[in-house]
Design a protein around this ligand. Structure first.
Ligand code: ZN
Length: 59
């Protein structure tokens, strides 16, 4: 599966809505550490995913 956050292919992770998030990114999100280098990217991707879900853009 390709992680929708970091774009890398991982076997382990979670399905967040209709997207796959690898275990590494999941940990980052759970930690919600603003100092993490991936944090801004994760937030940006999360907003895109959530926005698409809310508006039904992905359907
Ligand atoms: Zn990832």
């Amino acid at each position: 599966m390709q992680c929708s956050m970091c774009q890398s292919y991982k076997r382990e992770g979670i399905h967040l809505l209709e997207s796959f998030v690898c275990s590494d990114c999941e940990r980052v999100m759970v930690a919600t550490n603003p100092l993490h280098p991936l944090y801004p990217l994760l937030i940006q991707r999360m907003k895109v995913i959530l926005f698409a879900k809310q508006t039904g853009w992905s359907q």
